[in-house]
Each structure stands twice: as structure tokens, then as C-alpha cells.
Design a protein around this ligand. Structure first.
Ligand code: HEC
Length: 153
């Protein structure tokens, strides 16, 4: 009787140990540290290739802009305006969304450009002057407005 009891205890203990070891291994496997390390490894790889390419592209665009003084509208849109106008952040009319733009475009290009340059507060939100990027030239902002309007036609 005593022997059976101790066998039972031993096997329970063994199971508990096994479960503890197993869950410990699982916990370690999914621990934030190891996840972080793995994510970091992947992230570093991405920055190494894509990041460098993107950086090179940006400085190419910058120097092209410096040469002729005008950045093309799509570049300006992507670097400054898309922050709000891509998804409608803060009530911004969404690029390519006819309903968002039809009435605005009816005001005419001059009015759109003036509001993009000087900023304005309308019924849906606040458009900051030059989209908040005051280093942009007036021509660059005008080109970006033209690019945005062109997406509606
Ligand atoms: C911080 C967010 C934000 C950024 C960045 C931004 N806009 Fe806007 N923009 C808005 C909002 C919000 C409106 C709508 C305001 C309203 O009608 O109430 C708007 C409206 C406009 C309009 C319509 C004006 C009109 O007369 O209806 C134009 C054109 C425009 N933006 C151009 C630009 C350009 C060009 C850039 C980049 C240089 C830019 N925006 C960047 C928020 C932004």
C-alpha cells in the first residue's frame, strides 16, 4: 500500500516537473526578449537594404529640387501632404476621393492653392499653411495641389 502510494506521488511529481519544464521552455521561447531579438534582427536587415535605398532616393529628390528650384507635385505630396490626405487624418479630403474633392475643385485652382499656401480652417478640420512644412516653396505646394486635383479627373 505504501509502495503504491509513493509510486503515485513520484509519478505526479514527475508530471508536474515535466509540465513546469515544458511551460518554462514555452515561456522562454515566447518571452519578450527573444521576440524582440528576432524582430530586431529582421528590422535591422530591412533598414540595411530598403532604408539605405529610401535615403538615397530622398537625397536624390532633394538635389534635383535644388537644381531646378521646383519639386514635382507627387514628391511633395508624398513627403508632406500624404500624412493627412492619404487617409483623411484630421478631416483632410482624401487623395482620389471624388466626394471629398468635387466641391472644393469647383472653387477653382487659385482658391485651392491659396488655402494650401496660407492654410485655412473649414468645416471638416484645419489645413495648416503649406501642410505644416514651411520650408516648401510656393511652387512646390502649387505642384502638390495640382497633383492632388489631377487624381480626381
Ligand atoms: C496636418 C494635416 C494636413 C496636412 C499635412 C496637409 N493638409 Fe491639406 N487639408 C487638411 C485638412 C484638415 C483639410 C480640410 C479643411 C476643411 O475643409 O475643413 C485640408 C484641405 C486641403 C485642400 C482643400 C482646400 C479647399 O479649398 O477646400 C488642399 C488643396 C490641400 N489641403 C492641400 C494640401 C497640400 C498641397 C498639402 C501638402 C503640402 C497638404 N494639404 C497637407 C489637412 C492637412
Amino acid at each position: 500500500m505504501m509502495k503504491h502510494f509513493s509510486i503515485a506521488v513520484t509519478s505526479v511529481m514527475t508530471s508536474v516537473m515535466a509540465i513546469l519544464l515544458f511551460s518554462n521552455a514555452l515561456a522562454h521561447h515566447n518571452s519578450p526578449e527573444s521576440l524582440e531579438a528576432r524582430v530586431a534582427a529582421v528590422g535591422t536587415l530591412n533598414i540595411g537594404s530598403d532604408g539605405a535605398a529610401a535615403g538615397a532616393a530622398t537625397s536624390e529628390a532633394d538635389s534635383a529640387a535644388a537644381e531646378d528650384g521646383v519639386q514635382d507635385g507627387e514628391t511633395v505630396y508624398n513627403t508632406t501632404c500624404a500624412a493627412c490626405h492619404a487617409s483623411g487624418v484630421a478631416g483632410a479630403p482624401i487623395l482620389g476621393a471624388v466626394d471629398d474633392w468635387e466641391e472644393r475643385i469647383e472653387q477653382g485652382m487659385d482658391s485651392l492653392v491659396e488655402r494650401a499656401l496660407l492654410g485655412f480652417t473649414g468645416s471638416s478640420g484645419v489645413m495648416p499653411p503649406k501642410g505644416g512644412n514651411v520650408s516648401l516653396s510656393d511652387d512646390a505646394v502649387t505642384a502638390a495641389v495640382q497633383f492632388m486635383v489631377d487624381q480626381i479627373k
